[in-house]
Design a protein around this ligand. Structure first.
Ligand SMILES: [Zn+2]
Length: 86
């Protein structure tokens, strides 16, 4: 995947990874319950939501930033200064 550095409106320069649809494949979520072994559940490959507003993401590549957060187009626009102004 491609990695770029973008100026965020709040936290200065941030590393942004651009994930293709394939990069979201085979994700697993693990649930820890006291007194039980951890249980892992697969996440549907096409279940990709914005970690900021929970919108479904269907445009690729997806900006993934602040460590692990996928952003939809709108949240990306809101959080990062774009080169061209509207
Ligand atoms: Zn969003």
């Amino acid at each position: 995947m491609k990695t770029t550095y973008e100026n965020s409106n709040q936290d200065g320069e941030q590393k942004v990874e651009w994930w293709e649809q394939a990069d979201f494949r085979s994700r697993v979520t693990t649930i820890y319950t006291e007194g039980k072994p951890p249980e892992s559940f697969p996440i549907e490959d096409d279940f990709i939501i914005c970690d900021f507003c929970n919108a479904t993401i269907s445009d690729f590549p997806v900006p993934v930033t602040f460590g692990q957060y996928a952003l939809c187009k709108e949240c990306y626009k809101r959080n990062f200064i774009q080169g061209e102004k509207e």
